[in-house]
Design a binder for this molecule. Sequence first.
Ligand code: EPS
Length: 390
Amino acid sequence: MSLKFLRFLTAGESHGKGLTAILEGIPANLEISEDFINRDLERRQKGYGRGGRMKIERDRARILSGVRFGKTTGSPITLWIENKDWENWKEKMAVSGERPESAVPFTRPRPGHADLSGGIKYNQRDLRNVLERASARETAARVAVGAVCKRLLEEFGIKVGSYVVSIGRCAPEIKERDLLRRHELAEMSAVRFPDPSRDEEFIRLIDEARERGESLGGVFEVFAVGVPPGLGSHVQWDRRIDGRIAQAMMSIQAMKGVERGLGFEAATRYGSEVHDEIGYDPERGFFRYSNNLGGTEGGITNGMPLLVRVAMKPIPTLGRPLRSVDVETKEEVKAGKERTDVTSVPAASVVGEAMLALILADAFLEKFGGDFIEEIKERFEAYMRHVRNF
Ligand code: EPS
């Protein structure tokens, strides 16, 4: 596991009562509110191309423990997000009693989903017992946890943001250079693309995919600015922050690729076209003339913005399903259908923010760790003086 200081678990099914997360290791005296967390939950629900579920849900986190009078106490933080859809699934997802007739087993595994692999592994012929937990609904819990981590990072001037780079083959040029501005522009776009004037192109593609019973993947970028140099370490493989970030991103449902900085593009260039030249300024200390490596060297942050690019595959549930085999009858069938999204790349970028915030908060606490905010601030300030004087 790549977390060093924080611990967290989520629990809950897509159509169960709700989702729970327990986050431990957040220091005491951090100001936090349900409203702060809910802003991110709301952002995760948006994006053109989502299906009917997001019309039912209005995700809200309740803090059940670890916070008193608006401040953390150092105790584990329990977060609870209710599934409004549970009302429609009470019988089909009942915890006890006999299986009602309405709970028809899901026996037609979807290629690309966890259905078949999970069914074999856990010996479940009603694949619903797998798909309910495999569903990306779980990411709501991660976003809530990520919001708490963002709140911690904010105290130290670190900001995390994201934007969509492409959906399917629709990949207009991004003109804006500034990362924070890209994030702001993405907030105004229907698909989180950092130029809302291009929204129509995405919308046309998504509508066309929906008509054809298709789904679409895409690429998004997540970044963090204000990251101090020195998070992560070169001394051991599992302490390198690049690896920790990559694992966190690949753990998000449907992610298939992670690049850092120039990523695969760096492999095609000469060394002189890749490495970020070093400069020195008596006021700022060391700086870089470029950021091709995306803010890390040797598995350690170097003070430049952290940049991660993530590729998401198209969602496996298709309006026009692919060939499959019924796990009961062994007959060739079309894969099962569930209500689904045409694309959820915009939402995935918000989940990516949560996972980056989690890894950065963890690496931050690994370096400056303490039990309460004030002592961490002292250590942080002393270290930043060292950085400036080095
Ligand atoms: C999701 C909730 C799900 C899906 C989607 C993500 O709700 P339902 O299955 O009731 O429609 O909209 O999950 C998937 C497409 C998937 O394959 O897991 C959510 O809350 O993000």
